[in-house]
Design a protein. Structure first.
Length: 125
């Protein structure tokens, strides 16, 4: 009978539980707003489509990356990945360093999985 007496209080406890767990979910995606905007805009530029649809799909992809990587890891991987296009000696350092190449491969693999999981057509680029 004691379990039955908890039943009426359950609906009142549910909102408190959700409020208590909400900060944990927000911490998993603690990327600065400006960096989120830059990522989503680049994604939308690379994958044209209906504006609102692509906005949501690209934001979804970033959320999936944020679940896997801290902000610092994301910045490091994104920077190294973008720096491979630098010409000359500076760029060759990144292209010739195996640990950085591994980081780039892992980041691009995670990016592709995140975009695929959010229904972004990877062939559109």
């Amino acid at each position: 009978m004691p379990a039955m007496s908890l039943l009426p209080t359950l609906p009142r406890l549910l909102p408190l539980t959700v409020l208590a767990l909400a900060p944990l979910a927000a911490q998993a995606h603690d990327y600065p707003t400006a960096d989120r905007v830059v990522f989503v805009q680049a994604c939308m530029r690379d994958h044209p489509g209906p504006h609102y649809e692509m906005l949501n799909k690209c934001a979804c992809a970033l959320d999936k990356l944020a679940e896997q990587f801290s902000y610092e890891q994301f910045v490091d991987m994104n920077t190294v990945s973008n720096a491979t296009t630098i010409g000359g000696e500076r760029g060759s350092y990144i292209r010739d360093t195996e640990s950085l190449q591994l980081m780039i491969r892992n980041y691009r693999k995670a990016q592709a999985a995140a975009k695929s999981g959010c229904f972004i057509n990877l062939d559109a680029k």
